[in-house]
Design a protein around this ligand. Structure first.
Ligand SMILES: [Zn+2]
Length: 195
């Protein structure tokens, strides 16, 4: 019997954290990363470089103020270059912003014994599946955690991202000013000007 090349304590998996905006997805990613850190697992975190406008260019940040160091990258190839043999846990924030190559990459990470934790925005403001690798990532995931937010109108459980403009671009920067969370009753798919 050949000895394992390392003493990895975990088996490979792909765990997805999804839901609408303001549902605490990044906060949940940070919570899981901290647990991996306490367990002394070797980890690496990626965020899309285009997302750098939100609070901090080299860390991922949740709306509630959590922070974690992350590598801003534009492409999957840039992530691949940073994966060393000793990496056990890979966190990827805002995975929907990468291209479809991400699906094969995270499957390879799982195949090689890594635990992958993905944050995926599941729907556009219009309620459509968010374009890009998100739907395929959810299809290959071992576990999916769907988080909800609180409706800013009535306080009930919210699953939709309300756009507060009538702009029809799928991706709008400046999310805090342009969106809030809504329940099915108060969500207006075509967008609504802020009051
Ligand atoms: Zn509501």
């Amino acid at each position: 019997m050949t000895a394992a090349s390392h003493t990895r304590q975990i088996t490979g998996s792909i765990d997805a954290i999804t839901g609408c905006m303001f549902s605490g997805k990044t906060e949940e990613l940070i919570r899981r990363l901290r647990r991996a850190q306490y367990a002394k697992q070797k980890l690496i975190v990626f965020k899309h470089a285009n997302d750098s406008g939100r609070y901090d260019p080299v860390r991922i940040a949740s709306h509630c103020g959590g922070r974690f160091m992350a590598n801003p990258v534009h492409t999957v190839a840039q992530m691949r270059e940073l994966i060393t043999d000793d990496i056990e846990v890979v966190g990827i924030d805002e995975a929907q912003f990468f291209d479809d190559e991400l699906v094969g990459f995270v499957r390879w990470l799982r195949q090689t014994g890594r635990r992958v934790i993905l944050v995926i925005l599941n729907q556009t403001f219009a309620g459509d599946p968010f374009p890009g690798p998100g739907p395929a990532l959810l299809a290959v995931a071992d576990s999916i955690t769907v988080l909800t937010a609180i409706c800013t109108v009535c306080g009930q459980t919210a699953s939709f991202s309300q756009r507060l403009t009538r702009d029809t671009e799928v991706v709008l920067v400046g999310e805090k000013e342009n969106y809030d969370a809504r329940c099915i009753l108060h969500w207006i798919p075509e967008g609504t000007p802020a009051e």
